[in-house]
Design a protein around this ligand. Structure first.
Ligand code: NAP
Length: 492
């Protein structure tokens, strides 16, 4: 997908960034092409890659720096919408790129990379390779003496596939790096709206006094995608929606919505509060878990066809009803839902407030409650539904109207919110870990997730089929209907 790019005045709105070298292991891979390189280019255009900072791509593919620059030129043109004829910025960016042929598992390239390292600048190493290479890279960086005390490593998801493997990986990284050097990336945390969630909660007097089970009926978190798993089938068949989305992205959103106010917006203060949320999560009852698998429709293949396994028990959809055992949230359910091949691509959080305790207008006026909706994609923004009088003569009937704060509208056409990777990569360079997961957070998330997975595996549960491009299996709707509630629409 091409992202819109707006030329920013060179050097404007600079959050101060010093000189850095960013080494991208896996610099020829899909993530580098689609996300990392375009993100860095946009930050370059914003003046945040001051000379002589460099991006050094590293992979096994045999090519020189000129060939790599040509490869990156094509990627940037594919994924960033650069106005015609405006290639000067791109060429200036490419001049700050280098490439090294390197094998994470062998000795090729490491001496060359060592020779390329320059003193007096931030060194960041992005592990944009399969998780099977994380240990090799950590050991090689150490063996070749490539890191300094303030060097950083960026580790992509998946971070383990259960508690045991996450602990092993944490131990491997900890053998070579201090926790303050490790940036476990979850790109959901870099989204503008996700951070706005904290601004809305903790920057306004309005919501926080109501932010508890006394006033909030329930909270829904939905991350729906229209794509299937084709192209990622091998990974996905081993992971499923629980490992791919719930254990990380949805859980992080749940943490931000449910956490206590941290004393300061500082890495450990925020992460301490998120950790407390994960640790307060109750085990989930089996009848509060709904798993589904998409079937074929409109000429697209079914999940089982996509993964080439006609007996697959991996879920491409998941809905859960969760509870937090703490003072703030006792009695307020959190409903989480995520799936592939849903009717639309939409990620949002809906906070449903309780009804007013008594209606002075009588039953004929109708009853309404407030809802705060935070949309993460596609159109980031926040809406508050408030109750007003239905216009017209005679009687008092109530209706809901949205107080809509679409960010593009509120902040003006020219506003450019950096995408998640832009922000997160710059946070790595600045040395700010607030939006990255700490070792104990990741392990606590797996400690909650593992028994749920083991539970359905030991019961031999098979995911329920659902039609592609719908809202998922019937059981997901039943999960809320049993409680007298409804999912908020994906289309609205
Ligand atoms: P990919 O397209 O398969 O790329 C893998 C990269 O690793 C290639 O550049 C490959 O280049 C390099 N590589 C493989 N073996 C190597 C070795 N022995 N030594 C050095 N380099 C080696 O994978 P990807 O999709 O970019 O994903 C990279 C990481 O990001 C994975 O951990 C994935 O789970 C995570 N991730 C990806 C996405 C996404 O949208 N793609 C999203 C979230 C997370 P050579 O073959 O030239 O060596």
């Amino acid at each position: 997908m091409v992202t819109t790019w707006r030329r920013e005045t060179f050097g404007s709105r600079i959050g101060l960034v010093g000189i850095f070298d960013l080494v991208v292991f896996g610099g020829t891979g899909d993530l580098a092409r689609r996300k990392i390189l375009p993100a860095l280019f946009k930050r370059f255009c914003a003046g945040q890659m001051p000379k002589p900072s460099r991006l050094i791509g590293a992979a096994r593919t045999d090519m020189d720096t000129e060939a790599y620059r040509a490869f990156v030129r094509i990627a940037i043109k594919e994924f960033v919408d650069i106005p015609d004829g405006d290639d000067a910025a791109l060429e200036a960016f490419l001049a700050q790129l280098e490439y090294v042929v390197l094998d994470a598992r062998g000795d090729t390239g490491w001496a060359t990379l060592q020779g390329m390292m320059a003193p007096d600048r931030v060194r960041a190493f992005y592990f944009s390779v399969g998780p099977g290479l994380f240990e090799d890279l950590a050991c090689k960086l150490h063996q070749w003496n490539l890191t300094e005390d303030d060097s950083r490593i960026v580790v992509e998801k998946p971070f383990g596939r259960d508690l045991e493997t996450a602990q092993e990986l944490n131990a491997i990284l900890a053998a070579h790096f201090h926790e303050s050097q490790i940036y476990r990336i979850d790109h959901y945390l870099g989204k503008e709206t996700v951070q706005n969630l904290m601004a809305v909660r903790f920057g306004n007097m309005l919501f926080e006094p109501l932010w508890n089970s006394q006033y909030i009926d329930h909270i829904q978190i939905t991350v729906a995608e229209t794509v299937g798993v084709a192209g990622r089938d091998v990974y996905y068949e081993r992971a499923g929606a629980m490992r791919d989305m719930v254990q990380n992205h949805l859980m992080q959103l749940l943490c931000l919505i449910a956490m206590e106010p941290p004393a300061k917006f500082e890495p450990d203060a925020v992460r301490d509060e998120k950790l407390k949320v994960i640790r307060a999560l109750d085990p989930v009852e089996p009848h509060h878990i709904v798993r589904g698998q998409y079937t074929s429709a409109d000429g697209v293949a079914s999940y089982r066809e996509d993964v080439g396994n006609d007996r697959s028990k991996t879920e491409s959809f998941m809905a859960l009803k969760c509870h937090l055992s703490n003072w703030r949230w006792a009695g307020t359910p959190f409903y989480l839902r995520t799936g592939k091949r849903m009717e639309v691509r939409n990620s949002k959080i809906t906070v449903v407030f309780k009804d007013a305790p008594h209606s002075i207008f009588g039953p004929e006026a109708g009853r309404h409650n407030n809802e705060l909706t935070i949309v993460l994609q596609p159109n980031e923004g926040i809406t508050l539904d408030v109750t007003i009088k239905e216009p017209g003569q005679g009687g008092m009937r109530l209706m809901d109207v949205p107080l809509d704060m679409s960010f593009a509208e509120a902040l003006g056409e020219g506003s450019h919110a950096p995408d998640a990777y832009e922000r997160l990569i710059m946070d790595v360079i600045r040395g700010n870990q607030t939006l990255f997961m700490r070792n104990d957070e990741v392990e606590a998330a797996w400690a909650w997730t593992d028994p749920l997975i083991r539970g359905w595996e030991s019961r031999g549960d098979v995911p329920k089929p659902y039609d592609s491009f719908t809202t998922g299996p019937d059981g997901a709707a039943q999960l809320l209907r049993r409680d007298g509630r409804e999912w908020r629409g994906l289309l609205s």
